[in-house]
Write a protein that binds this ligand. Structure first.
Ligand code: XIL
Length: 348
């Protein structure tokens, strides 16, 4: 019999996915993906900017390649994402004179975008992250003050779900966000999803991105969030899981020490943390339907060397004065080998 992969260990719980770019669907990484995963998400290539760079101009090349790879290998596909404030093309919000468009124009463009993209992959993409990160992190503010919000008010959220549902009534539609375990943000996400559901808007699930750390969120916070969201009768997915071994950068904090690699002590802490998290995720059998890792291996993580981001702690212009700082957040090492964390996830 073939060697088991993550997807086989978790067959009775949820599908196990991975975020990919063009490099990951070729060569050794592609082989690893076929063995370990049964769900795939495009890391960037289905976002509005990359796929719809100009009005009436779509670039399907990379998204099509990812979809073809998945279909050929019988891997399920999550679509990510239909609306976000980041990686949204500038033209979307401007008229030909460079002035900001009206709400009516912006919603018409949004409808065209969502209808075209969802329709192209109808029957192939089973779930979409429809709206990404619309809730603000600041405790006194409900919605993030993006161009979408400034121009449309909160209406763009319900509209996005309606457009997606009209284009593919069979697709499962998700609201997706990070820090979803934080009590204040959790209640805002809950409130939004509840109001959408109560209003009859076609929303089917909540995505918890899962960009987590060794000690955050606590098991208690995670369970509370999962319970709270599940009480809405929506499906839950962990859409972008990684567990960095580096602490969050704070402006003004001293430089991180030179990257000494994933030491045995850090590898063990990470393995224990992964075990703790997956134990909790298994408790939600039937509610959590997918867990997706954000990138394949520690060879490449979006967290590596981010300026001011989770892993790097390097301010703009400072990068060259430091050793490369890596996050080592995934289950496979830089040579694509299974890490200690891998075994802690599958031994249960
Ligand atoms: C990230 C990609 O991994 C990066 O390559 C890109 O530069 C920025 O976006 N939340 C999301 C994802 O919903 O789309 C983001 O992906 C990570 C944070």
């Amino acid at each position: 019999a073939a060697e088991k992969g993550l997807k086989d260990y978790y067959r009775n719980y949820f599908t196990v996915g991975v975020a990919v770019n063009m490099a990951a669907i070729q060569g050794a990484e592609a082989d690893l993906i076929k063995k370990e995963f049964n769900s795939i998400t495009a890391e960037n290539d289905m976002k509005m900017g990359p796929i719809h760079p100009q009005e009436n101009v779509y670039d399907w090349s990379r998204a099509d390649a990812i979809v073809d790879f998945a279909v050929k290998n019988k891997i399920r596909i999550r679509g990510h994402n239909l609306l976000w404030h980041t990686q949204a093309p500038a033209w979307m919000f401007k008229d030909s004179e460079g002035n900001q468009v009206s709400k009516a124009v912006l919603l018409a463009r949004l409808k065209d975008h969502i209808t075209t993209v969802v329709n192209r992959y109808k029957g192939k993409i089973y779930a979409w992250d429809v709206v990404n990160e619309a809730i603000d992190d600041n405790k006194d503010t409900y919605f993030r003050n993006t161009l979408w919000y400034k121009i449309c008010g909160e209406d763009f959220i319900a509209k996005a779900f309606e457009y997606a549902h009209a284009a593919d009534p069979s697709a499962a539609l998700y609201y997706n966000d990070y820090n979803s375990e934080d009590e204040v943000k959790r209640e805002k996400i809950y409130k939004l999803c509840k109001s959408l559901k109560d209003a009859g808007v076609p929303i089917h699930g909540i995505g918890l991105q899962g960009h987590w750390k060794l000690n955050d969120p606590s098991p208690e916070m995670l369970r509370k969030a999962l319970d709270r969201y599940a009480s809405l009768g929506l499906k839950l997915q962990v859409t972008e899981l990684d567990i960095t071994v580096r602490t969050r950068f704070k402006p003004g904090a001293p430089a991180l020490p030179a990257d000494s690699g994933l030491t045995p002590a850090l590898a063990q802490q990470q393995a224990d943390r992964y075990a703790e998290i997956f134990k909790i995720l298994r408790e939600y059998k039937g509610v959590i339907t997918n867990v997706t890792f954000w990138n394949v291996s520690d060879k490449h993580s979006w967290l590596d060397l981010r300026r001011g981001g989770l892993a790097g702690g390097a301010a703009a212009g400072e990068v060259t004065s430091r050793k490369i700082v890596k996050a080592y957040p995934l289950l496979f090492d830089e040579q694509l080998g299974r890490k200690k964390a891998y075994w802690s996830v599958v031994n249960f």
